[in-house]
Design a protein around this ligand. Structure first.
Ligand SMILES: C[S@@+](CC[C@H](N)C(=O)[O-])C[C@H]1O[C@@H](n2cnc3c(N)ncnc32)[C@H](O)[C@@H]1O
Length: 281
């Protein structure tokens, strides 16, 4: 039987681990719940706290840290976005959004696709009024390229979430600048996906990250999302540009994963990104 003393010692060690990880600049605004979730497992594997901290940071790097270029100048970007929006020049606004998206490796890889990406994926769908962008990274900055975007009069409500607190506050302000009604929250989608019903969910380049945490997390998430349509994508190559055949590997795995779900699947291939459109009902 686990004694009260053992319980309180292990929760004290977990508290210390979370605090130590959050002391590093790279992870100080990362959701404590995610650090604790990963850290608790590392504490079981490593009796030494320092080793467990190192192992937790390695995991956090794999799922989130590796995509970021460094400390993001959120206040400066917001000022630039506000200025561009006030100018009324849509091209200027898009130019700033592109620059901001280049900060995050995942959206940076999509920059050349922006003008051709959303049309085939969204144009033939019934009206989209509620959108959920899961593990969004900087993707909400691509709103000006989405067919349902009209500056200041967008009819859809945009929910987005990720595990960085500073990113969520920045994106909330971005939605306001873009005139898009919506909410950006800090949420760990492995532990509990947002409890929402939407028309469309973006699950872009997310499943490989989640499966680093738990192999079953991907399918569990896809089943849990209450959306009529889901756009699930995979990177065509690794961040370093290597691993030919990566898209084929992801496709084979994904098709096996959802084979018994009875969902309608459509495949869209773009340079560097493979997208599946799932229709659940
Ligand atoms: C490969 S990026 C994809 C970003 C965005 N969806 C896109 O395609 O541009 C993975 C994102 O997942 C986020 N992430 C990782 N684990 C997460 C979790 N458990 N819950 C929520 N977000 C998570 C990371 O912070 C990162 O922004």
């Amino acid at each position: 039987m686990v004694s009260e003393w053992q319980n309180s010692t292990s929760s004290e060690r977990l508290r210390q681990l979370v605090e130590t990880v959050r002391m590093s600049r790279k992870y100080r605004s990362l959701y404590a719940g995610t650090i604790a979730y990963l850290g608790a497992r590392e504490l079981v594997l490593h009796s030494n706290l320092e080793e467990a901290v190192k192992a937790t940071k390695r995991r956090l790097h794999q799922i989130a840290g590796m995509y970021l270029t460094g400390a993001a100048p959120y206040a400066r970007w917001l000022a630039e976005l506000r200025q561009a929006r006030a100018s009324g020049d849509e091209e200027q606004l898009r130019a700033v959004c592109r620059r901001v998206m280049s900060w995050h490796a995942s959206t940076r890889e999509r920059l050349d696709l922006l003008t051709t990406f959303y049309q085939p994926l969204l144009a033939d769908l019934p009206p989209i009024r509620r959108v959920l962008d899961l593990a969004c990274g900087f993707h909400p900055l691509a709103l000006p390229w989405m067919p349902f975007f009209r500056a200041g009069e967008t009819a859809c409500y945009y929910y987005a979430c990720d595990i960085y607190e500073d990113l969520a506050s920045f994106l909330q302000a971005v939605l306001e600048v873009l005139g898009v009604p919506g909410e950006v929250t800090v949420c760990d989608i492995v532990q509990a996906p947002p409890d929402l019903t939407v028309d469309l969910a973006f699950v872009l380049k997310v499943l490989p990250c989640l499966e680093h945490i738990e192999p079953e997390a991907g399918l569990r998430l896809l089943r849990a999302i209450r959306a009529r349509y889901l756009l699930v994508s995979f990177p065509g190559q690794s961040l370093g540009g290597g691993k030919r055949g990566m898209a084929a590997h992801h496709e084979a795995r994904f098709r096996t994963l959802v084979a018994d779900c009875g969902w309608r699947l459509e495949r869209f291939s773009f340079p560097g990104e493979l997208v599946f459109r799932i229709q659940k009902e």
